[in-house]
Design a protein around this ligand. Sequence first.
Ligand SMILES: [Zn+2]
Length: 283
Amino acid sequence: MSILSIYVGPDGENTWPKKYPFCGGVFQSPIDFHKDILQYDSNLSPLEFIGYNVSSTDQFTLTNNGHSVKMHLSPTMHIRNLPFEYTASQLHLHWGNRNKSEGSEHTVSGKHFAAEMHIVHYNSEKYPDITAAMDKANGLAVLAILLEIGPFNPSYEKIFRHFRNVKYKDQMVHVPGFNVQELLPDRPDEYYRYEGSLTTPPCYPSVLWTVFRHPVTISQEQKQMDILDLFSWICLTFLLNWKVTTAKTFQVGEIHLFLLCACSLLRVFPRVTTRSFLPRLHV
Ligand SMILES: [Zn+2]
């Protein structure tokens, strides 16, 4: 078992507006894990994930608040082996966008990953809820999982397959319970640890970060799944076929399908950019 630790994150963002005084400070997250700042710490031990195996008869709630999609977690989920006990609040993902396909926040030796999942916990020994904790010392503990493109991941699909139902602001859907520990990499005992901040304003320096050393794979299709749903692909096929057969006479049913497809695609294409802003909130 090797556990890596780093202490200060000097590679912080410094472009946030001046009205957020914490942004760009020495605790600013995310950071790059490079060999010059990594230091082995024998005092760190593997985390224990309590209550992570949530029964399928229970439900998580997946919501879109207009800025991000979050999956709200069960308050029976805890992390142990940190200086305090931390209770789970929500998880969300950071994706790339059309201009930047690799959307991880943390980097390793300068390398970005395809995406990054954050499982957010608050210090339930000291604070009553996440709102009270998020700007306080030792307030939050976040698990970060780096995602890279590879084989299809059935565990992540338990969340991803519901994204199409929360594409728009104020939409909400229930996700059947599952073992959230399945979302972690195979060796969760190998991680980077540092004290940092929320990654976006107001950048409170309240986060104890655990970034797992080994990435998890998801398939390219999973990363792009919500951009065009199945019906849209059917419509695209139909419209392309229609374009090369315009000489033929259309039946009434085909005209109806054409209109339905046109309406659907007009709704779909504005969605293409949604992931560029979906999860860039919170930590
Ligand atoms: Zn985050």
